[in-house]
Design a binder for this molecule. Structure first.
Ligand code: BGC
Length: 808
């Protein structure tokens, strides 16, 4: 017996030792490969200034002389080529990858770097070249709000999600949001913001749609360009992502998007093309997935052919985090920077340079683009930053922009709330508003204003019975209401269980309030797609709550309003007839509750319009058969294994699984309204739809052709009683087309300023004739179909106010 015990103890002992050795080896491997492998390249703490010819210069390489690259009067190109000539091959190769993922997970030593900054352009201390910092993402900075040994916080402003910004259709306003974000980045020492996200909403189930603008590339392109120009006006760069066809999260690291060239050019590339033309962003981020068989980050065709040769992109391309598999092939293809960088990639590049797979010209090309960004970033000029952005001012911009992008879907004399004091709030989300989605697109904001707080802030009282029921429900589910934190939060899209009401409770609530507001919440994010049941579709409980509450309020002669605090499209067709009004509040950032209250109260007149169709059924989308349906969510371990260690491989030929290993974009160009129009399908709410508290009339429109551009003018009059803004959407159709093409396509849009009652504004809109072309697959080029076109001015894609024909 004793002997057996001894054997068991000995086995257990050896197992523990083996596990400890394994653990230690793994952590040393992780540290040296992913976290801390830059030991010899620490940025200089300070650089001296020297005087020459009455000018002062930073003596970056401390040689007490002015070198060409140190001379700010010299054109950038010359400075970069001088610097390249002073660098060793090893130093140039060192530049081609970031410094690891350590800082992203807050592993900085106190006082070093910017905790939470997810990547860097590495320093070259011998030549005085500093570290440049990259931070997510489209809705605001994602830096760590707390730092070791410090009491203060470094919170960032959570601005509205991208889909909401697109719903404003207001380029000036989006520029202002970008500008605030750029200022905040500069104040926190961030040099490049990883956004905007420009992928197309191909299907409502994509978990990251909230980070992207629209189902339409023209709306995405112009809104994206405004955002980029706003940020970059502060000497802070952007990284436009994810180039390209990263339209699903499921198996994003191996998925091969099989797409026709026409769909690529007209839909998936088009928005990126517009931002390159209108904003020339500093950087573009290649996507994880493959496109027609080649990793996007290894595709010379996309990164050099399309991006640089066809469009004239001048900036650098970086990978998505740990994206792609072959470092040398990436750099050769035109993917200049590998983020966040690993020791393995560094070694692979050195090896490829030694064995001739990576030429010195290609290394110079990539290093040159990286140095250009470092010079542009101003990190040299402003090494010190305040760490004190004006968070109050930015909160105001967040509030104002969110209220402009919320969309009033339905309103039957319910809104604005006039002569009303007490509101009953139903639905758990009313008390805990969702500011944005999860994953890298989430922001570490200081607070989120709930709808309850927002309504109180504009003077309403909140019904106590409904509130008490919420509090008891919360107390009965203590675990489910605890929010996950840190890395776990990045992948947790779950919400606490919804509450129910008995008929008696509802009657009591209705009797003690003048109106009911019921919020439906949804969350989604990076690493997983949504599912149809209980996500796109409402749950049985939610449907019952809407139906019971609508009946209870309406039978007492009162109104019930539904607020949608969601990041993506949900089903509305089966229940939208029941409530009196529906407001799509999206996820409005940290001020979401205030912005929603501004609209409900009538302090702000709604002027947002849908950047995406709300279909009747999910299956109405042409992409449904070719979109993952099982909503598999990435885990932290999966992230380490699949992405960091690059262990995940596509299944072998013959065993490949549809919508995982590959996705056939069989619907081609028929995405969103292009499909619903062509297939003559009813929709719940069409692309471009959105109501106002006032009315507009379109008159005196004129459409003329001048040289290479279609010039449109139209007068918009506010014929209602409240001041408000109208968005004019221009759709172009080809009459009697001989090719397969959508019935109509958005080609331009504009928004009036705030018009007082009775006021009129004349709007001018131009469309380049070249924008009317389609991609001719036979010729592999853009082509213009001659003949008659109809130009439609609409208040939505299905509400055309004026139509004109022109001959091209
Ligand atoms: C995301 C990117 C993000 C990067 C850095 C990746 O997982 O796909 O959008 O910018 O991480 O956080």
């Amino acid at each position: 017996m004793m002997k057996k015990v001894k054997i068991v103890l000995a086995v257990l002992g050896s197992l523990s030792v083996a596990l400890i050795i394994l653990g230690v080896t793994a952590s040393i491997y992780l540290k040296n490969t992913f976290l801390d492998f830059e030991t010899e390249y620490t940025a200089l703490a300070s650089v001296k200034e020297i005087q020459q010819d009455g000018h002062s210069f930073l003596d970056l390489n401390a040689n007490k002389r002015l070198d060409i690259y140190e001379d700010e009067r010299v054109p950038l190109e010359k400075r970069v080529s001088n610097l390249l000539s002073l660098m060793t091959l090893e130093e140039k190769i060192h530049l081609l990858k970031g410094s690891g993922i350590g800082s992203a997970i807050g592993l900085n030593e106190p006082g070093v770097g910017i905790p939470g900054a997810v990547g860097t352009l590495v320093a070259t201390p011998r030549l005085g070249i500093p570290t440049v910092y990259l931070s997510d993402g489209p809705a605001g900075l994602r830096i760590e709000p707390k730092r070791k040994g410090e009491d203060r916080t470094y919170s960032s402003t959570a601005f509205p999600i991208a889909s909401l910004l697109a719903s404003t259709w207001n380029q000036e306003l989006v520029y202002a949001v970008g500008n605030a974000m750029g200022i905040e980045a500069a104040e926190y020492g961030i040099d490049v913001i990883l956004g905007p996200g420009m992928n197309i909403h191909r299907n409502p189930l994509c978990g990251r749609n909230f980070e992207y603008y629209s189902e339409d590339p023209v709306l995405s392109g112009y809104i994206g360009a405004a955002f980029i120009n706003g940020i970059e006006s502060n000497g802070v760069g952007t990284s436009v992502k994810h180039f390209v066809t990263n339209n699903q999260e499921t198996d994003r690291d191996i998925n091969d998007a099989i797409v026709s060239e026409r769909a690529m050019r007209e839909i998936y590339l088009k928005g990126f093309e517009i931002v390159v033309r209108e904003a020339q962003p500093w950087t573009i981020m290649s996507s994880y997935n493959k496109v027609n068989g080649t990793y996007a980050s290894q595709s010379e065709y996309l990164l050099t052919g399309v991006l640089r040769d066809d469009w004239g992109f001048e900036g650098l391309v970086m990978t998505d985090w740990f994206g792609g598999r072959d470092a040398a092939a990436q750099i050769s293809a035109g993917n200049d920077l590998l983020e966040p960088g690993t020791k393995k990639q560094w070694d692979a590049l050195l090896e490829a340079s030694e064995d001739g797979r990576l030429s010195s010209e290609i290394i110079d090309r990539a290093a040159g683009r990286i140095l250009t960004l470092i010079f542009k970033s101003g990190k040299l000029k402003r090494p010190n930053f305040s760490n004190n952005p004006d968070l109050k001012a930015h909160a105001e911009i967040s509030r104002m922009s969110a209220s402009e992008g919320m969309v009033l879907l339905k309103n039957e004399n319910a809104l604005p709330l006039e002569n009303i004091k007490t509101i009953a709030l139903l639905g758990i989300t009313s008390y805990d508003f969702i500011s944005g989605g999860t994953g890298s697109g989430d922001v570490n904001e200081a607070y989120t204003i709930s709808l309850e707080e927002g309504l109180r802030n504009v003077g309403f009282s909140i019904n106590k019975i409904a509130k008490n029921i919420y509090e008891s429900h919360k107390a009965a589910h203590p675990q489910e209401f605890v929010k996950s934190e840190g890395l776990e939060a990045a992948f947790d899209t779950s919400l606490p269980p919804e509450m129910t009401f008995t008929a008696e409770q509802l009657d009591a609530i209705v009797a003690a309030s003048e109106v009911g507001v019921l919020t439906i919440g949804r969350n989604a994010g990076e690493g997983g797609d949504r599912v149809e049941v209980d996500d796109f579709l409402l749950t049985t409980l939610e449907k019952k709550m809407i139906s019971d509450a609508s009946k209870a309020f309406q039978s007492a002669g009162k109104k019930l309003i539904v607020v949608l605090n969601v990041g993506g499209v949900i089903e509305t067709a089966s229940w939208k007839d029941q409530p009196d009004a529906i407001l799509l509040a999206w996820q409005g950032g940290q001020e979401g509750g205030n912005s929603t209250a501004d609209l409900l109260s009538g302090n702000v007149n709604p002027s947002g319009k849908l950047p995406v169709t709300f279909p009747v059924n999910l299956s109405d989308h042409a992409s449904t058969q070719n979109f993952p349906q099982d909503g598999e969510q990435q885990t932290i371990l999966g992230l380490i294994n699949n992405m960091m260690l690059g262990n995940k491989k596509a299944r072998p030929e013959g065993k490949k699984i549809k919508n995982k290993d590959y996705t056939n974009y069989e619907e081609g160009i028929y995405v969103g309204y292009r499909h619903f129009d062509k297939a003559d399908l009813d929709v719940a709410y069409p692309f471009g739809h959105g109501l106002s508290y006032t009315d507009f009339e379109y008159s005196s429109a004129a459409v003329t052709l001048e040289k290479d551009s279609i010039q449109i003018s139209v007068q918009i009059q506010n014929t209602g009683k409240r001041s408000g803004k109208e968005i004019v959407q221009v759709y172009v159709s080809k009459s009697n087309s001989t090719i397969d093409r959508p019935l109509q396509e958005l080609k331009a849009f504009t928004k009036t300023s705030s018009l007082e009652s009775n006021a009129t504004e004349e709007l001018q809109i131009n469309i380049a004739v070249s924008d009317i072309r389609y991609w001719d697959e036979a010729k592999n080029a853009w082509a213009l179909e001659k003949g008659r076109y109809t130009v439609k001015l609409g208040s939505s894609s299905r509400d055309v106010k004026q139509e004109y024909t022109i001959e091209l």
